[in-house]
Design a protein around this ligand. Structure first.
Ligand SMILES: NC(=O)c1ccc[n+]([C@@H]2O[C@H](COP(=O)([O-])OP(=O)(O)OC[C@H]3O[C@@H](n4cnc5c(N)ncnc54)[C@H](O)[C@@H]3O)[C@@H](O)[C@H]2O)c1
Length: 319
């Protein structure tokens, strides 16, 4: 289906638009499509108004799982829907709250958009893969290790089940499974911000960066601008399905510390501490074969480039 030409009026709904990734997506859309009409739905449970500096659109400060959508809009008001609203604190153990808010929010949106078959791209997560230590492709079994990952798997099931109905066949509802996203705009997430940001903060304060022994656990760290790009390409692709949104590379916490030392001009040695968790992912890495072939997605950031640019950005904020 593609995306509209740059000068076109593009009417877009972004849920979770005051959050880290959602606000970066909103900014990208408003920058590149100068006539875009963006509506954000966000109840600010983990977002921050500062992320929406310069926002030109309409903001509905409501909970998407309880919002009576038709009281605010008609389905034909939107050309595209990006659904990123979610409880993102993976430590939330209240299973009812996690499932109710995350799953019912998506169901509400699907029911709203089904009559017009408005395309939807929604945020899923690498947490659906669980703690399997391997390069994960979308066809791998899903084994979420926490209720957050479980709720994301249920979003995927709901989309799949909806699309099985003959009247919805071919409706462009697709997911991007984000991996470990880092970059500008995540500070409001506190302990849920990326390890890159946590380690930066420790080192900036002159402390040795604390990581679990021996710092060789790896993650697919992906820059926020790459996942925004992948999300836009999933929308442009117009195909139902699930797509990995990662960097395609696994890098260790020791690598991150070395890159932060380089960017900060420090020489802080890691402080290796015991890992208290029985289950801790030793390795994550996205297999990008499907995203590359079906979406044309190609990440632009290596970890080296991403950390260097991110630290430069963080240092500028501190001035
Ligand atoms: N950051 C990552 O590494 C990562 C990895 C995998 C998946 N994701 C997914 O990407 C999406 C965005 O995450 P983020 O990192 O930007 O987190 P975030 O917490 O900064 O953003 C989530 C936003 O959704 C809003 N929100 C939550 N529940 C809501 C509800 N019921 N109604 C309305 N608004 C609601 C929050 O206020 C917040 O602004 C989420 O769906 C998340 O699960 C993120």
């Amino acid at each position: 289906m593609g995306l509209p030409p740059r000068g076109a009026i593009w009417r877009v709904l972004v849920t979770g638009g005051a959050g880290f990734i959602g606000s970066r997506l909103v900014r990208r859309i408003e920058t590149e499509w100068e006539n875009a009409q963006v509506t954000v739905v966000d109840d600010f449970r983990s977002g921050n108004f500062k992320n929406l500096e310069g926002f030109r659109g309409d903001l509905i400060a409501e909970d998407i799982s309880r919002l009576e959508m038709r009281a605010f809009f008609k389905p034909k008001d939107f050309d595209a829907i990006f659904h990123l609203a979610s409880i993102t604190d993976t430590r939330v153990a209240d299973q009812k709250q996690m499932c109710l808010d995350n799953i019912e929010g998506f169901r509400n949106l699907l029911e709203f958009a089904q009559g017009t078959r408005t395309p939807i791209t929604y945020a899923s997560s690498a947490a659906t893969y669980g703690i399997d230590a391997r390069v994960n492709a979308e066809t791998d079994p899903r084994k979420p290790a926490n209720v957050y990952g479980f709720s994301k798997a249920q979003l995927e099931n709901l989309a799949m089940r909806t699309l099985l109905k003959p009247e919805h066949a071919g409706w462009a509802v697709n997911a991007v499974r984000y991996f470990n996203v880092y970059g500008p705009g995540e500070a409001h997430k506190g302990p849920m911000a990326s390890m890159i940001y946590q380690l930066y903060r420790q080192m900036k304060a002159g402390n040795r960066p604390r990581v679990f022994k021996q710092g060789e656990q790896t993650r697919d760290f992906v820059h926020v601008d790459d996942v925004v790009q992948c999300t836009l390409q999933a929308m442009a692709g117009g195909k139902p399905g699930v797509f990995n949104g990662g960097s395609g590379a696994a890098r260790s916490f020791n690598d991150v510390i070395a890159l932060l030392n380089k960017a900060l001009g420090t020489g802080l040695e890691p402080d290796y501490i015991d890992n208290p968790f029985a289950f801790f992912q030793p390795f994550t890495q996205a297999d990008l074969t499907r995203s590359r072939h079906e979406l044309g997605y190609e990440p632009q950031y290596t970890l080296d480039k991403g950390v260097a640019e991110y630290v430069a950005w963080l240092e500028k904020q501190a001035c």
